[in-house]
Design a protein around this ligand. Sequence first.
Ligand code: PLP
Length: 425
Amino acid sequence: MAPTLPERDREVCWHPYTQHALDTEPLAVIGAKGAWLELADGTQRLDAIASWWANLHGHARPELLAAMHAQAAQLDHILFAGFTHEPAVLLAEQLLEIAPAPLSKVFYSDNGSTAVEVALKAAYQTWVRRGEPARTVFLALEGAYHGDTFGAMAVGEPKPFFAEFSPFLFHVVLVPPTAAALEEALADLAGRVAGFIFEPLVQGAAGMRFHSVDFLRDARRICDAHNIFLIADEVMTGFGRTGSLFACDQAGIGPDLMCLAKGLTGGIFPLAATLVSEEIYAAFLAEERAKAFFHGHTFSGHPIGCAVALASLKILRAENTPRKLQHIGHEMERALAPARALPQVKEVRRCGGIVAVELHQNTLENGYLAAVGESLRKACRAHPRVLLRPLGPVLYAMPPSCVTDEECHLIGTAMLELVEAQPDF
Ligand SMILES: Cc1ncc(COP(=O)(O)O)c(C=O)c1O
């Protein structure tokens, strides 16, 4: 008999964030439409995690596919160093129109981690250009996740993912999301800090951990007072996930640098953007070529990605995607509400279109590796209707904006059942 797809996969593929000694059987997906994935075994699962927090409007959305197709036929790819094209310029114009001030230039790359690398490099090198190269420290939040490249790892929480790389990672001070902690760190590090990077409102990989809108305002005020850059990583929170277009909008603040990826193209094409203030862009302008920002990727500003992003923004405006996601969040939360009374449950929370149930843990290990997470992961994997993937002891959902009220109910009740079936740790 011919080998199955998972069997062939096992011979040749190495998957991200996968312990192959334990997880031997990836789910084979053969198609996707709207919020539903079609599996090779003939079953269908509701994509309640939006394919790693990316899918915004649903799979196979005709407008996005048409934009992709038309752009591929017109101009499939061109380098962005010394060249330009209509989709990249139009997208930059539109992004700057909707992004909070004082952002004024768009630097393209192709994934969230590279958007973060660009932000960190541009922020630090601006200090170098200003004659302050000793500002080598970044502040970030405890539990932070900004991606897996070296700079992004450096500003992330070391445990459990990055600790073994510590000999290679630059100096970062992690603080809890409070004004006092930020002030204290800055007082200790006077004159040595380049900037503060954070995921505004929702720290995704930390387990959908939320902080207050007030903290965003505090962060802006404190960074201003200490004259350091505020970097908002809106890779996950951008494009409506938190109920507003950008999380920063809820606080009425604008960062000096903002990282976008995932939902930028509706979540279906790898494209990222780092938006920067004019002040940062201007720091690299000089008659000397050597003062340029020496960073770029083969697929920076990919024409197809930009065309799809423009089509996605059009849908977002026409449908008011942030409002849709907010409604979806409420519907899921309603179905999930009884979980609050379960002995296994520590907290049920919601922000915009994201709901999360945090379970009590039975281990002192970092949350992501908690035993309850392992048992939850197995149960999710086996769920016949809804695709969920816990972050340690936190079960969450963040579906695309096309889900119906009924589908929200299905997600909420699936989460409830999965949690109820867990042993009371
Ligand atoms: C807040 C945040 N920043 C950056 C990244 C990295 O993005 P990518 O996986 O596209 O490199 C992620 C990915 O989950 C993220 O959630």
